[in-house]
Design a protein around this ligand. Structure first.
Ligand SMILES: Cc1ncc(COP(=O)(O)O)c(C=O)c1O
Length: 371
């Protein structure tokens, strides 16, 4: 892992002293800096992971003298006040400290997960108490109402990524979408026995691939270059007549690198190979369009200020990607999702995507990270 990656993996926690009201911290300010570095290596096919934890005391007054930053009292709502000295974004500080008056470390790893946006919660209680018809009850109003609400919530998801409503299947989260995409494509297209992914993919992708490896598939785990990007020439070289699917994530959850998904997708299309980017950290944060080159794509709620345990799978309709469910339940989402959908979560998810579409800021430069 690169030094930059190690730094990004560091979990920084500050003791309560740096967050308590200004009056009480005029005395010496100290904080605890906890560094957690994770590195992995592979020798003779054996992988090993090393976790190093280092505790360091840092003197916050030194930091302030150097940077000339001043303690500023910030109203975080509900009559709570705290200081925004270390936080670049009062919005995040507000979300993460409001419930505990700053007693927890400041949370800045918005790639791993995000707090639920309070704006989507207002409409939720009436959904639980009023809209309780089972989606599968297709013969009376209560079921139809729920079905309609779900279809309305599909719209913002569809719009954000330029898909068609028929192409979005709600799931219990990205892991279900990933499993469905990798295992089902491999199962349905039996003549091809080769799948490609990268060594730095999310564990669920690697586990799904390993499962297929046990079942006789040949899996290529592509290495990445020193800043985390895959080598396109290497990818092209490894694609063969036997390749069924390429699964490369859009944005890496650990180091934040953005892969050139458009180029990868176009290459896969040219070679007649399915492409599935796991895009949980990308959609809603940077512009992602399914375009002509993405066949399957996984997304989820908690990465875009939506609720946990809700996600979706994009499945291309034209040309159609044939897919079968992981579990058979005769259920919703055209039989592809194995269980009754939690429609309050679907509605909140849709709302999070609606807000994301309104608030997404398009960076002036290309979102693709440098090699
Ligand atoms: C890159 C990536 N993919 C998938 C997931 C899993 O998402 P879910 O919890 O919705 O299954 C996560 C969750 O942290 C993730 O970081």
């Amino acid at each position: 892992m690169t030094t930059a990656a190690k730094v990004l993996r560091c979990v920084i926690s500050f003791s309560r002293a740096s967050l308590s009201p200004a009056a009480t911290v005029q005395r010496e300010l100290t904080a605890q800096l906890r560094l957690r570095c994770i590195s992995s290596s592979r020798t003779n096919g054996e992988a090993s992971v090393k976790v190093e934890v280092e505790n360091r005391r840092i003197d916050a007054s030194n930091f302030m003298n150097k940077t000339k930053l001043k303690l500023t009292e910030v109203d975080v709502g509900n009559s709570l006040r705290t200081e925004a000295i270390m936080s670049p974004s009062i919005g995040i500080l507000k979300q993460t400290t409001i419930m505990d008056e700053g007693s927890r470390p400041i949370y800045l790893d918005m790639h791993a997960t995000t707090p639920t946006d309070s704006r989507i919660l207002g409409g939720v209680p009436p959904v639980y108490t009023g809209l309780y018809g089972n989606l599968d009850s297709r013969t009376y109003t209560y079921g139809w109402e729920t079905e309609k609400a779900i279809d309305v919530s599909r719209e913002p998801v569809v719009k954000l990524m330029g898909a068609h409503p028929k192409e979005i299947i709600f799931t219990f989260g990205a892991r279900e979408s990933i499993n469905m995409s990798i295992k089902c494509v491999a199962r349905l297209y039996k003549s091809k026995k080769h799948i490609m992914t990268s060594q730095t993919e999310y564990k669920c992708v690697l586990d799904s691939c390993r499962h297929l490896q046990d079942a006789g598939f040949d899996i290529t785990y592509l290495p990445v270059k020193n800043k985390g990007l895959i080598n396109l020439e290497h990818l092209e070289k490894e694609i063969s007549q036997d390749t069924a699917l390429v699964s490369i994530m859009t944005v890496n959850n650990d180091i934040g690198v953005t892969q050139p998904v458009e180029e990868i997708g176009k290459l896969c299309r040219e070679k007649g190979v399915f492409f599935q980017p796991n895009s949980v950290q990308a959609v809603g944060k940077i512009p992602v369009q399914v375009g002509e080159w993405i066949d399957l794509m996984s997304i989820c709620g908690p990465k875009v200020y939506g609720p946990q345990v809700i996600g979706a799978c994009y499945i291309r309709h034209r040309p159609k990607v044939m897919i079968d469910p992981l579990l058979y339940s005769g259920g919703p989402e055209r039989g592809l999702h194995s269980g009754t959908l939690a429609h309050p979560l679907v509605i909140s998810f849709g709302e999070a995507y609606r807000i994301a579409k309104e608030e997404i800021k398009v960076l002036p430069s290309s979102p693709t990270s440098p090699a």
